[in-house]
Design a protein around this ligand. Structure first.
Ligand code: DAT
Ligand code: MG
Length: 149
């Protein structure tokens, strides 16, 4: 089953949006299979954003993501990687559509509230970077027959 990695960034935690953000993925019908509340160290932050290492915003991004606690999660479901990106919205919250998380709650690209994996392979890499296999819980929600034909 497809999985994605999501992280409520320090701004989302500080603004009290953890519940709201989790709500949106629960409401959609995806399944939470891993969750941790943690302060990120520099090494992990740099590995996570390795693809952006040469970008001018890299240093600011790493210092922001390590500035306060984050909520990291793994969600499971059919098409969850692309669907989560839609629920999250465009990278710049000012361009993100209303109805998306970034579109509803953000105004600045450096404070865009949530991270979501951008492809299935990226998701696999990020899940194994942030979670041990035994921290992920396989379970069958009892509502499954009401979500799937
Ligand atoms: P996304 O988080 O939508 O996958 P990304 O992978 O291109 O976006 O960039 C990672 C994060 O880096 C993004 O959430 C916010 C920050 N970022 C991206 N582009 C930026 C820019 N031009 N200026 C400042 N921060 C930026
Ligand atoms: Mg990205």
């Amino acid at each position: 089953m497809e999985r994605t990695f999501l992280a409520v960034k320090p701004d989302g935690v500080q603004r009290g949006l953890v519940g709201e953000i989790i709500r949106r993925f629960e409401d959609k019908g995806f399944t939470l299979i891993g969750l941790k509340f943690m302060k990120v160290n520099r090494e992990l932050a740099e590995q996570h954003y390795d693809v952006h290492r040469e970008r001018p915003f890299f240093a600011g991004l790493v210092s922001f993501i390590t500035s306060g606690p984050v909520v990291v999660m793994v969600w499971e479901g059919e098409g969850v990687v692309a669907a989560a990106r839609k629920i999250i919205g465009a990278t710049n919250p000012l361009s993100a559509e209303p109805g998306t998380i970034r579109g509803d709650f953000g105004i600045n690209i450096g404070r865009n509230l949530i991270h979501g994996s951008d492809a299935i392979e990226t998701a696999q890499r990020e899940i194994s970077l942030w979670f041990q296999e035994e921290e992920l819980v396989s379970w069958e929600p009892s509502i499954t027959p009401w979500l799937h034909e």
